[in-house]
Design a protein around this ligand. Structure first.
Ligand SMILES: [Cu+2]
Length: 173
């Protein structure tokens, strides 16, 4: 738990640089969406705990659009997922996991500041032909979004959906 708080605090500093209106706790600002040390789509994973699956996601351009493959993922609540994101495109791409609302707000920030870098637990930016990893625990039922918020990319199709279902609902299928 301690590590998570440190990570969140580190993010708080970058959030403050982005001038996101935020409450101040102990001299450090915490981003609005991440108040109380929480993320909309779940929580950063713990490498010491078992990972239920590795999901590989490929980001690329082609056929007049930009996309992720796969574009739809279903997970069971409580799963810790290792996402391996490979950028097979010619441009830099991102993978940001958040609520639809969180990504929409972040997208506006990116439009104002296109060179904004990301190194948050819920996202990464990958240069061409690079790969990266995100370890994530989906502890909330709901529908979340992964998106590339580099201006123009989301509109070109670079977005996907994660549906988190309750274990009981998953068994019924
Ligand atoms: Cu992109």
């Amino acid at each position: 738990m301690k590590r998570h708080h440190l990570k969140v605090a580190a993010f708080g500093i970058s959030a403050a640089l982005l001038a996101i209106a935020a409450p101040t706790i102990g001299g450090l600002s915490t981003g609005q969406a991440w108040a109380h040390g929480t993320f909309a789509a779940g929580d950063p994973g713990d490498p010491k705990k078992p990972t239920s699956r590795t999901i590989e996601i490929v980001a690329r351009e082609g056929d007049g659009r930009m996309s992720y493959t796969p574009e739809k993922i279903e997970v069971t609540r409580g799963e810790q997922i290792r996402f391996v994101i490979r950028n097979e495109g010619e441009l830099a791409h991102e993978f940001l996991l958040d609520s639809f609302e969180g990504n929409a707000k972040h997208k506006i920030q990116m439009e104002k500041n296109p060179t904004m870098e990301h190194d948050e637990p819920n996202g990464t930016r990958l240069e061409t032909k690079k790969a990266g990893e995100i370890l994530w625990v989906f502890d909330k039922v709901g529908t979340f979004e992964f998106a590339c918020l580099i201006p123009g990319h989301y509109e070109a199709g670079m977005r996907g959906v994660v549906t988190v279902v309750d274990a009981k609902a998953a068994k019924k299928k």
